[in-house]
Write a protein that binds this ligand. Sequence first.
Ligand SMILES: [Zn+2]
Length: 316
Amino acid sequence: MTTRFLTLLAVLLTALAAVPALAAAPKLRAVATVGMLTDAVRIIGGDRVEVTGLMGEGVDPHLYKASPGDLRLLSTADIVFAVGLHLEGRMVDALEKLSKSRRIVLVGQQLDHTLLRSDEGDSHDPHIWFDVALWSKALDAVEKGLIDADASGAETYKANAKKYREDLAALHEWVKTEIATIPKPQRVLVTAHDAFGYFSRAYDIEVLAIQGVSTDSEASLRDINALVDTLVKRKIPAVFVESSVPRKAIDALREGAAARNHTVTVGGELFSDAMGKSGTDEGTYIGMVKHNVHAIVHALKPAESPAPTSNPTPTK
Ligand SMILES: [Zn+2]
């Protein structure tokens, strides 16, 4: 009996000794709102951070409300990342309350406000990820937040952020070059909601949208008719749908133009406020930007020129 017990004890002790990994420092638990931010926290955090993203494929952050499950997740996270600038418009109260007990980083809010586009009133356009260089700058707040929360990982976070900044700098130059291949008169991007203002400013392409900066209102018939006028007058060949916005308004535009004998094609689906399916290229920030730029160049560049084939720096 005693021998058997000792043998059992020995076996147990050996088993315990075989799993030293369990004793390793627990990972920092981070939560991020939109996919673009989740992707960045995952890359900069590397192995030290376990990231949960709240908003998946096709989710509209302007309308997103935190579920009870989200609130539980948020209230137990070591650090929470959001864009701020009212992007997560229906989570403002939840984030505010949470900020009393958790570490909350609003990456857009921390940017120098002179770099931001202003809406009507005194609010700022939150769609900062459309200017790759500006987004890269905003991610400094991710690096700093992670270091503040986990100082012993500082070297890792710095190295990961440096590498990612380099990838983003190459991507920014690639987007500039690609968009510049569209002749100036056709360089007009017509979309459902006004998410592409920073894209317009950074890459010299005119942007026209049916709806305002938030999707939190219906497009009026008058807005649609005014845009149909522009499409017909300027012979704009394509309009774009967005993965996170219903395509109803874009269809109304095409029908309006058709009634006036001007054919408008759908230039493809753009990822505006949400990325593609996770596990695909478009499910990463870099892949999403590349997808959008390929679609825009392909739809707006006159047919006789070949489709773009160049690529930015390879991504892992
Ligand atoms: Zn938006």
